[in-house]
Design a protein. Structure first.
Length: 235
């Protein structure tokens, strides 16, 4: 490393760490130094732009600095950027292309499983099905770690809530069952030809069946009474 670059790096550190007049003075010295020695910020740090413009340096994101080191220090960069929320779609794709999903899962497994209210083993089973290309799906937002959690959460939900088909005998019972399902799950299930398709865990399914057995006849009676009352109001 020659003396000019070493001096420039020291001035760069002073500028980045300085406040008020100290920062302004370091910035003037840095700009002058670069011009005299025909250097750019890139010569001082490969993660910086090829420029001598302090304004450009001030708007240069830390994430961009780390990404410039991705090919040479992938582990450090991944650790630094796994929670970054300011990556562009292209930057996110580049980061994911270097990602070992297994390592990320191992580092975060216990905490993520606790957050989802499940066991590490069940969470691992779901997360092991995540594919790298799923992390760049158009609807996903947030950091790489947040995307991993979102995709895993969807897989975990499907694993613990299998799709069930609930058969109903008529339109009244179908409406009754749809109301119960919406109250139990918050889902708006699909009803086709008397069959209601919905994802339920074992407890929800047992509760649904109990409510249907206990109250289905009541629902039929109430529906008939409501229809009769409505008919009277029309006259």
């Amino acid at each position: 490393m020659n003396d000019a670059i070493a001096r420039g790096q020291k001035l760069l550190q002073l500028y980045r760490g300085g406040l008020g007049g100290e920062r302004q003075n370091a910035g003037r010295l840095l700009t002058t130094h670069l011009r005299i020695h025909d250097l750019t910020f890139y010569d001082l740090d490969a993660g910086l732009p090829v420029s001598q413009d302090l304004d450009l340096l001030n708007h240069w994101r830390e994430s961009a600095l780390w990404l410039a080191r991705l090919d040479t220090e992938p582990d450090k960069v991944l650790t630094a950027l796994v929670d970054a929320e300011d990556l562009t779609p292209g930057e996110m794709e580049r980061l994911i292309s270097h990602l070992d999903l297994g390592k990320l899962l191992a580092a975060r497994l216990d905490g993520w499983a606790y957050t989802e209210g499940t066991t590490p083993e069940l969470y691992r089973q779901a997360a092991s099905q995540v594919r790298a290309e799923e992390l760049t799906a158009p609807g996903l937002r947030g950091s790489l770690a947040q995307r991993f959690q979102t995709v895993t959460r969807d897989i975990l939900f499907r694993q613990t809530h299998p799709e069930r088909t609930i058969r109903t005998r008529d339109a009244t019972e179908e409406a009754f069952v749809l109301g119960i399902v919406e109250a139990l799950t918050g889902q708006s299930p699909e009803a086709i030809g008397g069959d209601i398709r919905v994802r339920l865990n074992a407890d929800q399914l047992a509760r649904l069946r109990a409510l249907i057995a206990e109250h289905s006849d009541d629902a039929q009676t109430i529906a008939k009474q409501a229809a009769r009352a409505y008919g009277r109001r029309l006259h």
